[in-house]
Write a protein that binds this ligand. Structure first.
Ligand code: ADP
Ligand code: MG
Length: 564
């Protein structure tokens, strides 16, 4: 193949522009991204080599090397991982294939400030090299292909890139950054080393740089030909808790989640017993842009005995916890496990149950904390993720009770953060049900005439205004022995909460109004099932209710909107 010039896909151009213009203030992240790609490439090789050991050629030790050339002003990140064929280089470094990224692009508004915040939510990846480089050359050979079928990809990061065929004896990829004027700091060992230590210490492969020594005669540092590791090279989750600092946990989270903020909470455990595994799980502070996509795969990576198996292993977490990020490293699963096998595996079932409990535990300790700041953290979490957590009530029967305790609602008592336990603790003497009303908005709920009698009597009513609430109610019938009851359904029997006098009076009134009621029934006979005298209203003359067991008015409207 002779040298060919190709145009970048339009989205790539957009990303390139954005990355180079809005991320400059945090430019050193390019090293994190490129080292992470090198490490991914080694993970992929190790995985493919499970079936084909010949891919290791004569180099079974996977590693990343970082070097620079002061004269040429280049910084090079090399790996001996899987490499890329010419087709792969063109598609991976010239187009954006991932659907998540496309969705992301659709969200960008052209407002640099907002976009720069959003950009943290997806991998800035390879293109971040252009923050500091005005040309990037990639020389790569796919493992298994002969030396003369390697390829050189090169671009200035504007509209196009070039591809040509080269010979490369070593397997894997060299990413050569031609540094922009003014970026010479990345030609200093200490600068590169400290950045790698900051962002990539948890990477499980050795990252090597050439050793420097002090030349006393000339009183300066000189670079030797000897390579030395600059990271610990042990996977973060395989270390014991006491060896990992909070900062390292947070940095690892940012790397795997592409989030620019620290996590809300994390848990790190080695589990032994029926099934043996290590879990390192994080809850983000803010919902990602694609939280509502239930088809989105989970955020948990699966490893088997430190070998990376797959990203986004959705079988490891229930769908309603799809916002959880992290790593599970199993000691029991076979290395060649597939997504299909995962769905059926008993070990995976045990891992999923154990991990679900851990996540709920993290949330409970925030929600039940005595510490006001922690409680606030839970309230913020609920705002972003509450609707997703509610999905769990139908999905995860085993944890229904724990989930219900984590739920927060608005009520006639407070606009937010009312737990079912709060409600029950404030219930009136003799009140054996939990009253609620569903509506499209808080304002609509609050102004419903159905609430009048409850207000008058000072009985709290939950105001359920999320779209998922109707669905949730079809799975959540009771809490601590108290049934959930709609105030808009049936006759509203206030039971013991109504005194005898009131009851009698109501019966007398009903009797005296019988002729009127009969007339109304007759004239509304095609439109109303029944007409009756009610005690539920205080100020309004009349209201519409649905029969016990019927679809609620609110749900009927939702179904109609959905075209059913
Ligand atoms: P991501 O890593 O999130 O997939 P990147 O922009 O960082 O996105 O990289 C895009 C793709 O380019 C990778 O998915 C991978 O297929 C390929 N790639 C990048 N760097 C390397 C490398 N060092 N070795 C092999 N493939 C690479
Ligand atoms: Mg990447």
């Amino acid at each position: 193949m002779t040298k060919q010039t190709h145009a970048f896909q339009a989205e790539v151009k957009q990303i390139l522009h954005l990355v180079t213009h809005s991320l400059y203030s945090n430019k050193e992240i390019f090293l994190r991204e490129l080292v992470s790609n090198a490490s991914d490439a080694c993970d992929k090789l190790r995985f493919e080599a499970l079936d084909n050991a010949a891919l290791f050629e004569d180099q079974p030790n996977l590693e990343v090397r970082i070097s620079f050339d002061e004269e040429a002003k280049t910084l090079t990140i090399s790996d001996n991982g899987i490499g890329m064929s010419a087709d792969e280089a063109a598609s991976h470094l010239g187009t954006i294939a991932k659907s998540g990224t496309r969705e992301f692009m659709a969200k960008l508004e052209g407002d640099q400030k907002k976009d720069a915040q959003l950009i943290g939510q997806f991998g800035v990846g390879f293109y971040s090299g252009f923050i500091v480089a005005d040309r990037i050359t990639v020389e790569t050979r796919r493992a298994g292909l002969p030396a003369d079928q390697a390829v050189r990809w090169s671009s200035e990061g504007t509209g196009e890139y070039e591809l040509e065929n080269i010979t490369k004896p070593g397997r894997g990829t060299d990413v050569i950054l031609h540094l922009r004027e003014g970026e010479e700091e990345f030609l200093k060992t200490w600068r590169v080393k400290s950045t790698v230590a900051k962002y990539s210490d948890h990477i499980s492969l050795p990252i090597l740089m050439k050793k420097e020594t002090w030349d006393a005669e000339n009183a300066k540092q000189v670079i030797t030909d000897e390579w030395e590791p600059v990271n610990k090279a042990s996977a973060l989750w395989s270390r014991s808790k006491s060896e990992v600092t909070q900062e390292q946990y947070e940095e690892f989270y940012k790397q795997i989640s592409h989030d620019s903020e620290a996590p809300l909470a994390y848990t790190h455990n080695r589990v032994e017993g029926r099934s043996e595994y290590t879990q390192l799980l994080y809850i983000p502070q803010k919902a990602p842009f694609d939280l509502w996509n239930r088809d989105k795969r989970g955020g948990v990576k699966l490893y088997v005995k430190r070998v990376f198996i797959m990203d986004d292993a959705e079988a490891l977490m229930p769908v309603y916890l799809r916002f959880v990020k992290g790593v599970i490293d199993s000691a029991d699963l076979p290395l060649n496990v597939s997504r299909e096998l995962l769905q059926e595996s008993r070990d995976v079932k045990a891992i999923r149950e154990g991990s679900t409990k851990r996540v709920l535990g993290m949330l409970e300790s925030l929600a039940n904390s005595e510490d006001a700041a922690e409680k606030q953290k839970y309230a913020d979490f609920w705002k972003d993720f509450g609707q997703v957590l509610k999905e769990g009530i139908g999905e995860d029967h085993a944890n229904q009770e724990r989930l219900a305790k984590l739920f927060r609602f608005a009520s006639t008592h407070a606009d937010e953060n009312v737990s079912l336990a709060d409600y029950v603790s404030r219930a009136k003497e003799g009140q054996d049900v939990i009253y609620y009303i569903t509506a499209d908005s808080l304002a609509a709920a609050k102004h419903s005439p159905q609430l009048e009698i409850f207000r008058k009597k000072g009985i709290e009513v939950l105001l359920l205004v999320d779209r998922v609430d109707e669905w949730m109610l079809s799975h959540l019938y009771e809490f601590e022995g108290k049934q959930l009851q709609s105030v808009a359904k049936g006759a509203v029997d206030l039971g013991k909460l109504q005194d005898e006098d009131e009851k009698k009076k109501a019966e007398e009134v009903a009797e005296s109004l019988k002729p009127l009621i009969d007339k109304l029934k007759e004239s509304l006979k095609d439109r109303a099932k029944d007409v009756r005298v009610t005690t539920r209203l205080v100020d309004s003359p009349a209201c519409i209710v649905v029969e016990e067991g019927d679809v609620s008015g609110h749900l009927a409207r939702l179904l109609k909107q959905a075209g059913q």
